[in-house]
Design a protein around this ligand. Structure first.
Ligand code: GLU
Length: 294
């Protein structure tokens, strides 16, 4: 029988904190208990925010925690061709369209709709699970001629999933299987439509988190995805992409997040205390494990 495959997939855009340590240790714990393999993947598609020194620090922090992973480590920035091939497949299925809108244009279009809502003319504008306004569809119906012309002129653009086309192609119901700490599996319903016309290829990098993660999990044979609850809603979109691309759907476990004393999620952007700082302040791998309940 083939072994279960787990992965820890940090982004080297800051230093790892206790939340990352928890996720990494939980993956390792599952891999050990399920007689599985543990992979490490560096999610560095954002070439402006990711830095080599943060990547080096990831290896150092994880090794310090006592974790071992298989080599070679997959670095997403070395695989843009794979993501492009997946994008071409989506394009071939007619489920993506280019979007030339700037953030400002989207915000203005949404503000217009929201102003209408205040006068009772329309419903409040919906938001995606990350709190961003759903795309108002400005570029959804551009003519083929206009698209060709704007792309030929070098106008920067993202590519979005066409929710309406997808609704027809894959009406659902959608769902996937999740597993708990003891390996018990359970079907859960998914609602990919709450993401609206999600960006699948960004303007600033030739892929997106959603596309790369789905392609890599499949290419690396990942069978069990263990990641934080903050990514639970994204799974709804990932299973839709897997169906579109003919990729297998792994089993999922979304773990609780490590919170700071104020009850907020730890985040690089909030300057949460890094593992390296805890180490310098005298923490040991054992004390970290204990603190995190391992
Ligand atoms: N790279 C993502 C992060 O650092 C995790 C992706 C995943 O586990 O699917 O939050």
């Amino acid at each position: 029988m083939t072994k279960p495959v787990f992965r820890f997939a940090p982004s080297p855009n800051g230093r790892l904190h206790l939340g990352h340590a928890y996720s990494a240790l939980l993956n390792a714990d599952f891999a050990q208990r399920f007689d599985g393999r543990l992979l490490l993947r560096i999610e560095d598609i954002d070439t402006t925010r990711c830095r080599p020194e943060f990547e080096e620090a990831i290896y150092k922090d994880l090794a310090w925690l006592g974790l071992a992973w298989e080599e070679p480590v997959r670095r997403q920035s070395e695989h843009f061709d794979d993501y492009h091939a997946a994008f071409r497949a989506l394009k071939g299925r007619g489920v993506v369209y280019p979007c030339f809108c700037s953030r400002k244009e989207i915000a203005e279009a949404v503000a217009c709709r929201e102003a209408e809502a205040k006068t009772g003319a329309a419903q409040p504008w919906p938001r995606d699970p990350d709190g961003a306004s759903l795309y108002p569809g400005t570029c959804r119906d551009l003519s083929a001629g206009e698209i060709e012309q704007r792309i030929a002129a070098g106008e920067p653009h993202a590519w979005r999933l066409d929710g309406a086309a997808l609704h027809e192609l894959l009406p659902g119901p959608h769902g996937y299987c999740r597993f708990d700490r003891d390996g018990r599996e359970e079907e859960v319903a998914a609602d990919p439509w709450r993401w609206g016309d999600a960006v699948i290829v960004r303007k600033d990098t030739p892929t997106s988190y959603h596309l790369s993660v789905v392609v890599d999990d499949a290419l690396q044979g990942v069978t069990h995805v263990v990641r934080g609850q903050d990514l639970e809603a994204a799974t709804d979109l990932h299973i839709l992409l897997q169906a579109l691309l003919g990729l297998p759907t792994p089993l999922y476990h979304h773990h609780g997040l490590v919170l700071d004393p104020e009850g907020d999620k730890l985040a690089k952007s909030r300057q949460s205390q890094a593992l390296a700082e805890l180490r310098e302040a005298g923490a040991t791998p054992q004390s970290i494990r204990q603190r995190l309940g391992f």
